[in-house]
Write a protein that binds this ligand. Structure first.
Ligand code: CA
Length: 231
């Protein structure tokens, strides 16, 4: 019941994106929802590597998904069917692990679960202002990110790129100036702006491969509703 409520809240939050849906030039598909986990897929999910009890996989290394690129919400939903979600990078150690994966495999970019709180439900929240500094969070677990203009506590560097399309530090919401589409999703780009591997705010409709990470919430839900299923 708790999960149903949590999932529903997220569904509403993700679907109600007035800024994006009014302005997005392509793949403007209304009425999209978060997928529910598929118990069989959860039980047989790819486990390519693990960190602190969570399993991960990169779609580029799953033969059936190797050439798949998807927009941010489709990426979340692909992961969620496996009781996972897009990767969230709360610590430098975990971030370094994903940066290494990208570097060693020459991956051009991936989606993470990072999202700007710029949709319905994010209004009247002084703690999220200004949005470009305080408005970012990890969708997979709703954890707030450190202010984007600071090195996160316990980290030795700021993972946001110092440059981008406008030659300004990220997040820069650059595409908004080009076609009115907000850069509301967090992608890791591999040296696209001659800036090494770094975080960028990117418009959510762009299609990219993804890294999925175990979701405690979805695994617990499927565990509770499928006694005896080995996850
Ligand atoms: Ca950007």
């Amino acid at each position: 019941m708790k999960l149903a409520c949590a999932a529903l809240c997220v569904v509403i939050a993700v679907v109600a994106t007035p800024v994006l849906s009014q302005n997005r030039p392509v793949s403007n598909r209304p009425g999209r929802f978060l997928s529910l986990p598929n118990p069989q897929k959860c039980a047989s999910r790819p486990k390519q590597f693990s960190y602190r009890g969570h399993n991960y996989f990169f779609t580029g290394h799953v033969p059936a998904l190797a050439n798949k690129k998807m927009d941010w919400l489709d990426g979340r939903n692909l992961c969620r069917e496996y009781c996972m979600d897009l990767v969230s990078l709360e610590t430098q150690e975990e971030n370094n692990m994903i940066f290494r994966l990208i570097q060693q495999n020459d991956v051009p970019y991936i989606w993470t679960s990072g999202r700007l709180c710029d949709f319905k439900g994010c209004e009247n929240r002084p703690d999220l202002e200004p949005k470009n500094i305080f408005g970012w969070f990890w969708s997979a677990n709703r954890e707030k990110m450190a202010p984007t203009n600071q090195t996160p506590a316990g980290w030795g560097y700021n993972p946001w790129s110092s440059t981008g399309h406008k030659k300004q530090k990220q997040p820069d919401n650059a595409e908004f100036d080009i076609n009115g589409t907000s850069e509301s999703c967090l992608s890791i780009l591999n040296n696209v702006y001659n800036d090494g591997i770094a975080w960028h705010d990117v418009a959510c409709y762009h299609e990219k491969p993804v890294v999925c990470e175990d979701s405690d919430e979805l695994l617990n839900y499927v565990r509770g509703t499928n006694p005896g299923l080995r996850l």
